[in-house]
Design a binder for this molecule. Structure first.
Ligand code: SAH
Ligand code: F3S
Length: 481
């Protein structure tokens, strides 16, 4: 692999890995969750073994792949708009082929080919290893579709090509799929059953990243706390495993400990945690290891017990508070973030007030908030009426967002005057005289560059803040450097 430094549209320097001898150009872009971005790196790796190097230039591409998201209707509309853009480019470059990957591919299957004439190729999230064959079919003038979901595929044997990389932080996927069946969510249908990746292949990937100079890894999964390796197989079949397999099984807390111990100077994060699956031993592992960051993304969706039940969230408001109390007891400065949905079917004003009061209790550091969007095939779509008027959903969402901003500011203010370790990731968007990085709690910290460089761990004294950013001054390298 040869390394080429290129600038992306934001003017950031990117390291592109290019394999010598590859003649064709792949333009790949991703929408939706971090898992999609990580999957695109796997796809780029598979295709780099089959004649394709990536390009940042859509107009140059022989093959355009778009990794899609189905989580809300709006996400799908964004992808449809992008396809229009490809259509325009195809007029200039008629040989360009277009493929759709990810959740929309899985949801719509071959219907995509009928609905969008520009599309030549439809590939679901578990079928990426078939891409070389599918591309060959397309080369011969046929459309190609593979949307078969797998019980085993984890892509553990693929070493991802790092796309859009800053060379400092990387995502490593550890589980695929989800078995939780929240009634609003399309993910179990588009990404299939939950399965965990072999810990040895995870450790190999992380060691490789360390040797290439990476300083932070985020372990990824739809539901990381549910990670369970017992020699392969679905999570739901663990009960049938042998005594030996059970005795040597690796759960998420074990995996975190393995990572943190093997590379004590690498920072580790993880996402996403599901409250019903997060156990005390995970929080204890975080508390024990300095290099596991003090930040938990812990979506709750609603503060109303009645709605949580309708959503099939498997925990109550009180159990969630208990979890929050345990986190704060073991890790007092742990940052916590939420995902919240407003206007789930039959949500009343009282349910909405429960959401606001839950937020008051937790005072989240960050939040990702959405109006309910009915998704085809989900239990909510089949059994419940999407009966909260759009204006009400929007108004409740706005109230949630305003409250979240207040809490975010309350949280960033707690950092004022403190000296915190920051990993430098890139130049600040607002000023080329400043670096931008994140502290352990995942808050962005901006400070004058001085002689520090990208990838340094620096102690920064926090002097000012907004609700989203901390501003400070470096006081020296941290001991982790
Ligand atoms: N466990 C996953 C969740 C994926 S979905 C993870 O890795 O993050 C991300 C968020 O989208 C959910 O937490 C939820 O808040 C929101 N979401 C999912 N389905 C939705 C829907 N039908 N309407 C609105 N928001 C939805
Ligand atoms: Fe979706 Fe619930 Fe899984 S939100 S990804 S079904 S934990």
């Amino acid at each position: 692999m040869e390394k080429i430094i290129e600038e992306n549209k934001q003017g950031q320097s990117l390291v592109l890995e290019q394999k010598e001898g590859n003649q064709r150009k792949l333009f790949i872009e991703s929408y939706g969750c971090q898992m999609n971005f990580s999957d695109s790196e796997i796809v780029a790796s598979i295709l780099s073994e089959n004649g394709f190097n990536t390009t940042q230039n859509l107009e140059d591409a022989d093959l355009v792949l778009v990794n899609t998201c189905s989580i809300r209707d709006k996400a799908e509309q964004t992808v449809r708009k992008r396809l229009e853009k490809y259509n325009a480019v195809k007029k200039i470059n008629p040989n360009m082929k277009v493929g759709v990957l990810g959740c929309m591919a899985e949801r719509l299957k071959s219907k995509f080919l009928e609905e969008e004439k520009i599309v030549d190729l439809v590939v679901g999230p578990d079928a990426y290893k078939d891409l070389p064959n599918l591309v060959a079919e397309v080369d011969e003038g046929r459309n190609a579709v593979n949307v078969i979901l797998s019980k085993e595929e984890t892509y553990g044997d693929i070493s991802p090509v790092r796309l859009n990389s800053n060379g400092v932080t990387a995502f490593v996927s550890i589980t695929r799929g989800c078995d939780n069946m929240c009634t609003f969510c399309v993910v179990p249908f588009t990404r299939g059953r939950e399965r965990s990746r072999d810990p040895q292949s995870i450790m190999e990937e992380i060691n490789d990243l360390w040797s290439k100079g990476y300083k932070e890894v985020t372990l990824l999964g739809q539901n990381v706390d549910s990670y369970l390796w017992y020699g392969g197989g679905l999570k739901k079949d663990f009960e049938k495993a042998s005594d030996m397999q059970k005795a040597t099984a690796v759960n998420f807390a074990n995996l975190l400990e393995m990572c943190a111990t093997a590379l004590p100077k690498m920072r580790f994060r993880f996402s996403t945690s599901n409250p019903q699956d997060m156990t005390l031993d995970v929080i204890e592992a975080m508390a024990k290891h300095n290099n596991i960051c003090n930040y938990i993304h812990l979506p709750v969706q609603s503060g109303s017990n009645r709605i949580l039940k309708e959503m099939n969230r498997q925990h109550t408001r009180e159990e969630y508070f208990e979890l929050i109390d345990n986190i704060k007891r073991l890790i007092p400065d742990c940052a916590i973030s939420q995902d919240m949905i407003s206007g789930f079917p039959a949500e009343t004003e009282e349910d909405h007030q429960d959401t606001l009061s839950l937020m008051e209790y937790v005072k989240y550091d960050f939040g990702f908030m959405f109006a309910y969007s009915e998704r085809p095939g989900t239990l909510a779509e089949r059994k419940m009426e999407d009966d909260v008027p759009e204006e009400t959903k929007k108004r409740r969402l706005e109230e949630i967002i305003v409250l979240q901003q207040k809490h975010a500011l309350y949280r960033t203010e707690q950092h004022l005057g403190k000296v915190e370790e920051v990993l430098i990731e890139k130049e600040s968007k607002r000023s080329d005289a400043h670096w931008s990085g994140r502290n352990s709690q995942n808050t962005v910290v901006v400070f004058p560059k001085e002689n520090y460089k990208v990838g340094d761990f620096v102690n920064v004294k926090i002097t000012e803040c907004t609700s989203a950013t901390l501003i400070g001054e470096a006081v020296g390298y941290s001991e982790n450097n």
